[in-house]
Write a protein that binds this ligand. Sequence first.
Ligand code: C2E
Ligand code: MG
Ligand code: MG
Ligand code: MG
Length: 292
Amino acid sequence: IAKQAGKNRYHVFDVGRDAAVKVRFENIERIRLALDQGEFCLHYQPKVNLRGGEVVGAEALIRWRHPEQGLLAPALFLPHIDNHPLCVALGEWVVTTALSQIRAWAAVGVHLTVSVNIDAFHLQQADFPARLAALLSAFPDVSPTALELEILETSALQDMAAVIDTMHACRRLGVQFALDDFGTGFSSLTYLRRFPAEILKIDQSFVRDMLEDPDDLTIVKGVIGLATAFKRLVIAEGVETLAHAEVLLENGCELAQGYGIARPMPADRFYEWLTTRSLDAVWTAWLNSAKQ
Ligand code: C2E
Ligand code: MG
Ligand code: MG
Ligand code: MG
């Protein structure tokens, strides 16, 4: 009887929790199905050198071609598999798809470094370097140096020592690292010095607001200064206008990514953009819009 009562109580007081668990389970299973059925795809956003105009790489960004809901951005589905093993399977699909795209572009004469975003849960798997090596070995004709892993500055902070070991092991494979959304976390200078990450990506919120907010400009300048001092590359995200580009160049940041240059595109459109674009055209468009 007591057991019975306990059970009832559980049901009375935890209906909301039960429902939430059920929804999470259903979301996870739907994503598992989507992965099996090939509903995910990668879009690619160019990274350019603002001074010379050359394309220095591309960032792969996941999208879900949902049969009923259309093209879904990662913020709408990645949170469902937060801290779930499925995010490892999805992450490996992303790496493999990017490697196969690098190979496909190389076959038509386009040699680009492609970066992929790696979830903290995935990165912190003890066998991450070994499994990455296995994924790379499936592409013997692709140089591991063409693959870059973007990790959130904040994610790197959880188990710093283990993450640094993992990064070194991946570096030995030839893969490079970028610290994404840099400036939003709390990396101390000591940790930054110990991180084998070649690239700092200035978070787009600072770039976007630096024209109006002097504090944001100070942060942008600070990150550029840190990168210079520690001999890292620095790239600005969220470059939407000519004014952003000019301020970045004035302050010594030449690499940039943003809607003002190009939006993320499917691989075939990326190739089309790459072979027909000129940065002159981008600058001219910017200048014209600035005149309006
Ligand atoms: P992120 O890695 O910082 O990627 C940059 C995000 O900013 C992308 O959004 C991109 O489309 C957007 N963006 C680029 N230029 C501009 C701009 O000029 N203005 C504005 N407002 N936005 C710009 P997206 O594709 O929705 O991705 C959001 C986040 O989701 C990414 O942020 C990344 O953290 C995560 N993500 C994307 N793809 C993957 C993936 O394959 N795996 C994992 N684990 N995370 C991913
Ligand atoms: Mg990124
Ligand atoms: Mg970012
Ligand atoms: Mg971000």
